[in-house]
Design a protein around this ligand. Sequence first.
Ligand code: AMP
Length: 190
Amino acid sequence: MKNIVIFGAPGAGKGTQSDKMIEKYGLGHISTGDVLRSEIKNGTELGKIAKGYIDNGQLIPDDLMVNILANVYDSFGTDHKGVIFDGFPRTTPQAESLKKMLAERDHKIAAMIELSVPEEELMARLINRGKESGRSDDNEETIKKRLNVYHTQTAPLIDWYRGEGVHYHVEGLGTVDDIFDRICKVIDSL
Ligand code: AMP
């Protein structure tokens, strides 16, 4: 079982690379951003709470996120090939909760793959994506807030996962296929 955290700033290519990993390795996939957007679309209570945070470029409180995550993880059953965590964890308490949730099931994270992309490139990609995605948070002002949240609240997880001995750095510049090849080398080595 290869449970993988795909990690990086907004615009690093986590979603794009997740799609390719799902196809090649038959992994499950949890994107907390997608889960929240679907809750908003369905007009649920959670969706109503989440919308305010998302539109403002802020993170949803940890306790709400952790509950969602365990439910989605269990929907893959107990003997899956592995699940990709995309957009989770985003804070140290989330990483600790994920570790605990997996340990309770005798599972663990095999790799945290950090997609590293320079700031100007992230900005350019997100502005570009905003033209097509229709995402309410892909506008310049909110993108800046999200990048700031990434640096202050999420980037410390790189050291946290280094401490766990499962951090892998992958250069996130180049063609989608080049980047995917680098990711495959990591996954195949696990
Ligand atoms: P994403 O699609 O991963 O870029 O997420 C879009 C937005 O959803 C983020 O800017 C946050 O507001 C919210 N979100 C997604 N995942 C998380 C998480 N793990 N913790 C808190 N907020 C999250």
